[in-house]
Design a protein around this ligand. Structure first.
Ligand code: ADP
Ligand code: NA
Length: 330
């Protein structure tokens, strides 16, 4: 039997991805290459929902692809491409816009969060409707599983609703996808304020681990992470969110279970945990930075990978779009 499909995307951000992006999403992209027919894209069309500089967008798109490759995506085992290279995304999005209720779109909490951060005169219709573009992103590839962080669950639910609506009204056309969210790492928290998620927009510089930071900076951020007034190293998300977040990061990067870490650090202070985790982080980011730079230094190879990815993606996307057009009466 053929493998199930996986699909996900990540926005091209200025600077670098952060540890929440890696642990919540990209790490799963890498794992699912082995079990799925996997499609991953840099969602540059999503990046223009807020004002962008054309030169920056182009550079950040390459930077995002370089980091995805550096994190372990292998173009021989997955399809890596840039969303705007496949015009079917914008085309299917229009069809989906016409099937989405205004009230339904208004309930998307990501839109509420993001629009609250910009002045109301700067909120575009594109920002409002970007979850519907995401619906199209997913449905074009007939994806069974969508690896994302917890904050994206509602958008995958919207995708399910629209796939079912389309199939009911026009006949079976789209696979109804499931979110693929790893419970342990679906939400990585800010190092300075563990009541909020680590995020490029809401975190302060000290609260966020940018994967391309100088390793020294990374180590310092871990060592100054906010914990609590006790001394015991124990996983308790409610009462000890800071320590629990560090244990989650440590456990995921090393493969040690949280229970083992609790035993190892019994009777030791938070300083010991942070010092060791800082070392683990530095060991992870150092080769990641080097690999990213190698891809950036060879833009021809990078562009070739992305062109080949777009060609593979487009073959699948075109077939889904043609079916949708046909069923809707075009
Ligand atoms: P941000 O939320 O910082 O703006 P993106 O929206 O580009 O980042 O998110 C890209 C992917 O990373 C999505 O799948 C998202 O769910 C995931 N993600 C973002 N922040 C976190 C986090 N703190 N913990 C876990 N996953 C996250
Ligand atoms: Na997000």
């Amino acid at each position: 039997a053929s493998r199930p499909r996986a699909l996900s995307g990540i926005q091209p951000t200025a600077g670098s991805f952060h540890l929440g992006n890696y642990l919540g999403a990209i790490r799963q992209f890498v794992a699912l290459q082995e079990t799925h027919d996997a499609f991953y894209m840099v969602v540059d069309l999503h990046a223009i929902t807020v004002p962008q500089d054309p030169r920056d967008l182009r550079a950040n798109t390459r930077l995002a692809a370089a980091q995805m490759l550096a994190a372990g995506l292998d173009p021989d085992r997955c399809t890596l491409f840039v969303q705007s290279h496949v015009p079917e995304h914008a085309q299917l999005a229009w069809l989906m816009n016409c099937l989405t209720g205004f009230g339904e779109a208004s309930r998307m909490t990501q839109f509420k969060d993001k629009s609250a951060r910009h002045g109301s005169d700067r909120i575009t219709v594109g920002l409002f409707t970007y979850p519907v573009l995401q619906v199209a992103d997913i449905l074009l590839y007939q994806a069974h599983h969508v690896p994302v962080g917890e904050d994206q669950r509602q958008h995958v639910e919207l995708t399910r609703d629209l796939a079912e609506r389309f199939n009911t009204r026009f006949g079976d056309t789209f696979v109804v996808p499931d979110p693929y969210i790893v419970k342990e790492t679906g939400k990585i928290y800010d190092l300075q304020d563990p009541s909020i998620k680590m995020s490029k927009s809401a975190s302060t510089p000290k609260g966020i681990i940018n994967l391309l930071d100088e390793p020294k900076v990374t180590a310092k951020k871990i060592k100054s992470a906010v914990t609590d007034l006790e001394t015991e190293i124990r996983f308790d998300e409610e009462r000890k969110p800071g320590v629990s977040n560090l244990l989650t990061i440590y456990s995921t990067l090393t493969g040690n279970s949280i229970a083992d870490l609790e035993t190892t650090y019994q009777g030791k202070g938070y300083g010991a945990l942070k010092t060791d985790l800082a070392e683990v982080m530095v060991e992870w980011v150092t080769p990641f930075r080097e690999r990213t730079q190698e891809y950036l230094d060879d833009p021809e190879t990078l562009d070739k990978i992305l062109a080949k990815g777009a060609e593979k993606a487009r073959a699948v996307a075109a077939e889904s779009l043609a079916a949708a057009y046909d069923r809707m009466g075009f």
